[in-house]
Structures are given as C-alpha cells and as structure tokens.
Design a protein around this ligand. Structure first.
Ligand code: PAF
Length: 283
C-alpha cells in the first residue's frame, strides 16, 4: 500500500488508473478505524479495481468547543489494518495542504445542513461537504462509500453530488454494531466503563420504536418518538438531544408513517455525543 501525503501525487496515481480504464473506489475517513470502516473498504474492493482510503481529521467540521484536538488518532494501527485489507493507496494529506493560507471556498448544502445534527453542530455539514467535495476532486472516484450511522451526512453528500454534477456514485452501507448493539464509532473510546455499559440503550430505544411500527402497527410518528424518548429518559445519565422520525430523502419530519422512514436519535452520555438510527419499512 502506498501512503500518499501530497495532493499532486494522489491525482497522478488516479489519472494513471483511469487512463488504463480502471475504476476507483474511495472510502473517506477520519481514521481510528473500526469494523464499520472496514465494511466500506471491503465493498469498495468488491466493486472497484482500485481502492483509496483517506484519513484526514478535518478541522472544518469541528465546532470551537468540540473534540478536534482530542479526536482519537493512531496512524500506525490504521496503516497496518489497511495494508492487511489490501487497500491500494492511503491518502493522508495535511491540514496545511488541504486548507492553505488564503483558502476561501466552502460548500453549503442549504436546508439539509441546518437541522437535526446541524442544529446542534452549527457549521458541521459545511465542513463535511467542503472536505468531501475537495476529496472527490482530488481522488476522482467512480464509487464512494459511507456508513448509515451518519445518515444525514449521506443525504447531504448525495444532494451535493447531484447538484454539482459530480461523476461519482455514492453508496451507503448498513451500520456495523458491537455485540451488544452499540453502533461502532471512533468516538466510543471516550466512554467511561459505566457509560459504555449504558450506551447500548440508544439502539434499544430505536429498536423499541421499530417494533412499535413494524410489529404493533403504530403509524403515528409522534407516539413513536415519545416512546423512544420515554425509554431513554429512564436512564438519568442520558441527555436526549433529539429523536426524529423523518423522510429518508429530505429529512423532513413525517406525521404518519408510510413506506420508508428514518428513526434517528442523538444523546449525550457524560460529555460524549452518540448518534444512531434505524430504517422503518412499512409495506
Ligand atoms: O464520516 C466521516 O468520517 C467524515 O465526516 C468524513 C466523511 C470522512 C469527512 O471528513
């Protein structure tokens, strides 16, 4: 596996692959890899001739009081994992190269970026859309892979790709969970042992909502949201940020559940913010 630090070298490699008629799969990450990332890498390897993974802890998507400085990093371990998976290139640019002095251009996906996660993390999706747009321009992938845990991020990136006529197919893959149901996330390392024991309640609450809809026939979104909230409220150390039942295309709240809907939630456990979601499928 080649580790590429400089943008021109990354462009050169991909230009050569495309000249030879090869397809390129791309998995953008912020590193500290887990099985969720690896499911994306494996799908990329299945679909494309070459796979590029990027590791870049993007300062632009962190708020001033968020965890940019303490975000977990372990490059040696990530390199070992990605080499073992047979990744062709690890793209590992510096913040100075991605945002050199004088940098002024940002991508804003209006409307979709301000609600739910965006309401609690102002500017977050502007940072995500900007860096993903830049990474797509550098890596020029045919396919790019994202996890369903960041469901709103995927909706925003899909919109950006369509609106800006980008030549990439974006693909979302299911959430990978620990054996007790907790969605895998690099941020799970922040949890104390006590918090880690409580954390699976988030998924349990969403599963309760899913059962209400799919097994008990509840169609009133407000009742489902209320049931999820009450379940979470039983644990005093959980602080609910939001519970949302939305249309998976435009993230607008639904009143009556028909077809596919997304039940998503964000909680604080101590100082750690956890997000998770499930898809509801009503025939
Ligand atoms: O999902 C992530 O890890 C990040 O938001 C992404 C897509 C790599 C952009 O920094």
């Amino acid at each position: 596996m080649e580790i590429v630090r400089r943008i021109p070298r990354m462009k050169e490699i991909v230009r050569d692959w495309h000249r030879q008629g090869r397809t390129v799969g791309f998995v953008p990450t912020m590193g500290y890899l887990h099985e969720g990332h690896l499911s994306l890498v494996r799908e990329s390897k299945r679909m494309a001739d070459h796979t590029v993974v990027s590791i870049f802890v993007n300062p632009l998507q962190f708020g001033p009081h968020e965890d940019y400085d303490r975000y977990p990093r372990d490059l040696d371990r990530d390199v070992e994992i990605l080499s073992r998976e047979g990744v062709d290139v690890l793209f590992y640019p510096s913040a100075e190269d991605m945002y050199p002095p004088g940098y002024r251009t940002y991508v804003e996906v209006e409307g979709l970026s301000q609600k739910w996660e965006g309401a609690s993390r102002p500017g977050h999706f502007r940072g995500v859309a900007t860096v993903v747009c830049k990474l797509f321009n550098i890596v020029q992938p045919d396919y790019a892979f994202f996890g369903q845990k960041d469901a709103q991020q995927f909706v925003i990136i899909r919109r950006m790709v369509e609106d800006l006529n980008m030549n990439v197919e974006v693909i979302q893959l299911p959430i990978v969970r620990e054996s007790d149901g907790l969605a895998m996330s690099s941020r799970n390392v922040y949890l104390s042992p006590e918090e880690r024991a409580i954390a699976p309640r988030l998924y349990q609450a969403l599963q309760l909502g899913q059962r209400l809809v799919q097994e008990e026939g509840e169609r009133d979104a407000a009742k489902v949201v209320e049931a999820v909230r009450s379940f979470l409220a039983q644990e005093p150390r959980i602080r609910v940020d939001y519970v949302a039942l939305v249309d998976p295309q435009d993230l607008e709240p639904v009143e009556t559940i028909r077809g596919r809907a997304l039940l998503a939630a964000a909680i604080y456990l101590g100082s750690t913010r956890l997000i998770d979601n499930v898809i509801l499928n009503v025939k």
